[in-house]
Design a protein around this ligand. Structure first.
Ligand code: COA
Length: 199
């Protein structure tokens, strides 16, 4: 699930321990860029608004997100303002200079990702999520990454399995998205499991 959705009160497991053992000086993170084979992941900018709106208003990409597709630019502007202020480790995903979506830990240790539907099924999702998870473990020293996915969201479940995440639980009625009450599959990944899977 993504950020800023309407979570049904009291059903989500709470994080009552600090997983963050940052090994990176905080002032260096504002300009962090991750380069993968094909992608550049960089921090969001206010000027990304139109391209991010194209993603967050895409009904296919937003089908299992934590909010309905954005209808107005100001909705996305509000979302982007929150992303810019976020103290997680979140990135816009770019390919050949174009913003395809976002991937990152919007709040430790929660992973979130979305790509515009015209760029899916080309391996970009796995490439981006693998990169942000590698950074979370190898640079930032997190002891765990976690994801919360709608059980109907086959693409995300397959992507997370490819990266090495394993299911640790399920809960019903966790998210109110528009008129729909949605469920959650919880998945987790440890650095040990990630390194064993990816060498
Ligand atoms: C999830 C998402 C990022 C996947 O991106 P992607 O670039 O297509 O992913 P990849 O090409 O790296 O493929 C990853 C796996 O998902 C599978 N997959 C991708 N789209 C799929 C689809 N629509 N249906 C079934 N499987 C799909 C791929 O076949 C691949 O599995 P495999 O390795 O077993 O072949 C993209 O579909 C998306 O943005 N979805 C909407 C946002 C969302 O739901 N975010 C998650 C919230 S928790």
């Amino acid at each position: 699930m993504g950020t800023l959705g309407r979570r049904v009160q009291g059903v989500r497991p709470s994080l009552d321990f600090d997983l963050r053992r940052s090994m990176e000086p905080p002032d260096s993170t504002a300009t962090t860029t991750i380069r993968t084979e094909r992608l550049v992941l960089r921090r969001a900018r206010a000027s990304d608004l139109q391209e991010i709106h194209a993603v967050l208003s895409d009904p296919t990409a937003m089908r299992y997100w934590s909010t309905p597709p954005h209808r107005t630019l100001s909705e996305t502007e509000h979302w982007l303002t929150k992303m810019l202020a976020c103290d997680g480790d979140d990135f816009v995903v770019t390919f050949e200079g174009r913003v395809l979506g976002k991937a990152g830990l919007f709040r430790d240790p929660e992973v979130g990702f979305i790509l515009h539907s015209s760029f899916t099924r080309r391996g970009f999702g796995v490439e981006a999520v693998r990169a942000v998870v590698a950074r979370a473990f190898d640079v930032r020293g997190l002891a765990l990454a976690r994801a919360d996915v709608d059980p109907r969201n086959t693409a995300s479940l397959k992507l997370l399995a490819r990266v090495g995440f394993v299911e640790v639980g399920r809960k019903r009625g966790t998210w109110q998205v528009g008129d729909e009450l949605c469920d959650s599959v919880y998945l987790e990944l440890t650095p040990e499991h990630f390194r064993a899977a990816h060498g």
